[in-house]
Design a protein around this ligand. Sequence first.
Ligand code: ATP
Ligand code: MG
Length: 251
Amino acid sequence: MEELLRIENLCREFNTDSGVQRVLNDINLTIYKGDFTVIMGSSGSGKSTLLYALSGMDTVSSGHIWLGDTDLASLSGDKMALFRREHCGFVFQQICLVNSMSVLDNVMAAGLLLKGNKKELAARAKELLKSVEVEEHTWSKFPSQISGGRAQRVGIVRALINSPDILFADEPTGALNSQTGKDVLDLFTKFNEEGQSVIMVTHDLKSAIRGNRVLYLRDGKILDECDLGKYDGNNEERAEKLNSFLGEMGW
Ligand SMILES: Nc1ncnc2c1ncn2[C@@H]1O[C@H](COP(=O)(O)OP(=O)(O)OP(=O)(O)O)[C@@H](O)[C@H]1O
Ligand SMILES: [Mg+2]
């Protein structure tokens, strides 16, 4: 297994009215290339905070996040933004497309700063949109004119436009109905099968069983993990295994 991220003694503290709150408490963890890693844990356990730290969306208080020779925890400002653009893609629960831009422009804008060749970028954006079955006749529409499920598929494409090392997702199906949620999960599975490393936070068992490795977070620490093996479509068996693990975790 090839190492993707090595997380050492990671801490994140927030200053609150009632004093300093330690939300990530000395996390040590290795994430591997090609894995579909899932982070679970009760509300407030620090899942999103961890995801934001690993994706360079937020700073940390102490510790290291190694991606190759770069310690993401040591970057700030423009350097962090550039690193994030080059290496990380992010899919949110609330689909954050720019409403004043067309579907195609939304995807291209995410890649524009990095890749100078506009023609190549447009070709890649179109190819990606086709691969998630966002049809050509919707490319010139605005996000408000397409369905939520389709918008989330555009969001996934936008996250993948720069061929990120890691695709991060925080509750990507949280705002979708069950059929469109399944479609989105199928896409995560498809891209992971093609080699895309994924790290996803979820509360949802149906989403979590797509991962091969489920980490359980409690009070800002990784309590334990469950190895499900690569997704094989055997939903019932996987759900049973994960359920029993979550039971042990007191979920
Ligand atoms: N910017 C902030 N300032 C102060 N406290 C924060 C901040 N962000 C998060 N927290 C606190 O950190 C803790 C963990 O938050 P986080 O959002 O990571 O939890 P979570 O596991 O993602 O929860 P949920 O499942 O509800 O999304 C919470 O107690 C939250 O109030
Ligand atoms: Mg959260």
